[in-house]
Design a protein around this ligand. Structure first.
Ligand code: B12
Ligand code: SF4
Length: 501
């Protein structure tokens, strides 16, 4: 039986103009490969003609089962469009979708997109294996835990929650050999080095109200052991020439031992690789004595979700962290010559113009990289249910649930477009300050390179767009699904056009 895993066509990450094979997909593929399934991977974003190539592949090769991965809410229509196209190309294909958003919104997703037969709710490795085996052996799918579907009567059926894999060390190294590692989009711009996004843990022990990761993994945290992390990094260096990494783990050093083990392994192996890790202010403070070790092991930056400059907002979003801790963590990182990236959330309900000025002044003083987000009620999170109930969600187009577009109004600013302008204004003011300009000539090569890249490409493009209306950059091979259907409408049925999202 042939299984094709599809990462549907997406717009690539405008902020960095980069793409990365989904670590989750590569992990699923490695697992299925070990289970000896006949598998293939198509990361459509990297195809010359993404929709056409997908359609032709289905027509030509007719895989029995196609899996579609949707890791961000903002990508769910891409996944639905891919499912619809696949079914049109070969109605016999069994389509299963997985990822955070469809897991949280399984019933809604199945009803919105009749081309999806099943949804894998939660972690995929074991559920997908059992699902494929059951199909292969024509067994009863109701015995496969973690599956959702609509039955013949149109009722929603869910076989129940699958327990998480206890020990992530049982998983094989992600199947990098199945990804297009040499594609020009697959790199993070950093000082000419070739970068990649990797992932070594799942979940987080905190419960910030806006966080889909904590909700997806039900406030649990598991990690691969440092020795296996180092093996994977070594493979990436030796086989794929990668030596700079954005480590996607939400909170890398939940446990101190993880940091200690990582430092020891990296120092022992001397691979001269560089890392951008994510953590929390309180954990950076707890691990102050490890910060020099992290730097020597190749870590150049910590990204922390500092979110806001006021304790009342931090309390409201259940950050379990204070402004005082944020300041201390930023100072410690500076003292230990580590770069500070802060992810921040604006657009809170009670926020005033004055709050935003204070916010700007507060963070503008400390951070090297500014990760500004608009607070977003991601489906599945406590914030989502809270905001839905209060009627504050004004935009239900999931494409905009990317932290870069306002989808909820605020007490003083009801108009979402106005909030978007406020967001862009803060970004522009931040990046055009003399302090940021000086970073273009920084003695720190990574900071210098990042700023040159960001200012000359992204910020300049946004400014030209706002002043002269020049188009915002999208990757040259990007095509809207609707445009693809229009391009070849003579061959596609009307119903398909109507289903396009
Ligand atoms: C890699 C990554 C990316 C990559 C995308 C890679 C890709 N090919 O899609 C890049 C760097 C480009 C990226 C960009 C963005 N990302 Co991102 N990203 C991640 C990251 C760091 C890792 C994802 C991952 O692999 N996790 C580990 C694996 C094991 O989990 P998983 O993917 O969920 O997969 C498991 C299950 O879901 C399931 N599963 C998944 N797919 C399938 C398919 C089938 C068929 C089955 C059966 C099962 C299944 O099985 C898998 C294994 O158990 C996560 C954070 C995190 N730690 O997870 C954020 C995350 C997914 N990103 C997020 C966001 C918001 C974004 C951006 C919108 C941010 C922005 N403002 O720019 C952009 C998207 C814009 C764009 N156009 O690119 C959010 C999504 C939140 C949400 N619910 O929408 C996350 C969760 C980070 C966060 N906490 O906020 N991202
Ligand atoms: S600390 Fe970060 S990863 Fe953990 S729950 Fe909060 S936002 Fe999510």
């Amino acid at each position: 039986m042939r299984f094709l895993l599809v990462d549907p066509p997406h717009k690539i990450w405008t902020i960095l103009r980069a793409w990365t094979p989904s670590p989750g997909c590569l992990q699923l593929l490695a697992y299925l490969e070990r289970e000896q399934f006949d598998i293939e991977y198509m990361d459509c974003t990297l195809n010359e003609n993404p929709w056409r190539d997908l359609e032709e592949k289905i027509r030509r090769e007719k895989p029995e089962v196609v899996g579609i991965s949707v890791i961000c809410t903002a990508f769910v229509y891409d996944g639905m469009n891919a499912a619809t196209l696949i079914k049109a190309a070969n109605p016999k294909t069994i389509v299963i979708m997985g990822g955070e958003h469809p897991s949280f919104m399984a019933e809604e997703t199945l009803r919105d997109c009749p081309a999806i037969d099943y949804i894998c709710v939660g972690e995929g490795e074991v559920t997908l294996t059992e699902f494929l085996r059951a199909i292969e052996k024509k067994q009863d799918l109701s015995k496969v835990v973690g599956l959702a579907h609509l039955n013949e009567k149109g009722d929603f059926v869910y076989t129940g929650d699958r327990p998480f894999i206890e020990d992530l060390d049982v998983l094989p190294i992600p199947a990098y050999h199945l990804a297009k590692m040499e594609h020009p989009f697959v790199t993070l711009p950093s000082e000419g080095r070739r970068g990649l996004v990797v992932n070594f843990s799942r979940g987080c022990l905190w419960d910030c109200t806006f966080c889909s990761e904590s909700a997806f993994y039900k406030k649990t945290w598991r990690r691969r052991s440092p020795k296996l992390i180092a093996d994977e990094l070594q493979l990436l260096k030796e086989k794929y020439n990668r030596d700079i990494f954005y480590v996607g783990d939400n909170t890398f050093n939940v446990k101190r031992e993880q940091g200690i083990g990582f430092i020891e392994e990296m120092l022992k192996r001397k691979m001269n690789q560089h890392f951008w890790l994510q953590s929390r202010a309180d954990l950076v403070i707890r691990d102050e004595d490890l910060l020099d070790g992290f730097r020597e092991a190749g870590v150049y930056q910590f990204m922390m979700g500092l979110e806001y400059h006021s304790d009342s907002v931090l309390e409201d979003i259940k950050k379990h962290q204070s402004v005082e801790q944020a300041v201390k963590a930023m100072e410690l990182l500076k003292r230990h010559k580590l770069m500070v990236m802060a992810t921040l959330l604006i657009g809170h309900w009670d926020e005033t113009e004055n709050d935003r000025t204070e916010f700007f002044n507060f963070f503008g003083k400390y951070v090297d990289h500014f990760g500004l987000n608009l607070i977003t009620p991601l489906p599945g999170t406590p914030l989502f249910y809270q905001m839905k109930q209060l009627g504050r969600i004004k935009d239900w187009d999931y494409r905009n649930y990317d932290y870069l577009h306002a989808v909820m109004s605020a007490k003083e600013v009801e108009d979402l477009e106005q909030l978007n302008l406020i967001y862009r204004d803060i970004m522009r003011r931040y990046y055009w300050r003399p302090r940021e300009m000086l970073k273009l000539f920084s003695s720190n090569p990574i900071l210098r390179h990042h700023h040159r890249y960001y200012i000359t490409k992204v910020a300049f493009n946004i400014m030209m767009h706002e002043i002269f209306g020049t188009p915002i950059w999208v990757q040259p091979n990007y095509q809207e699904y609707k445009d693809y259907l229009v391009e070849r409408k003579e061959e596609l049925p009307k119903e398909l056009m109507a289903l396009a999202k």
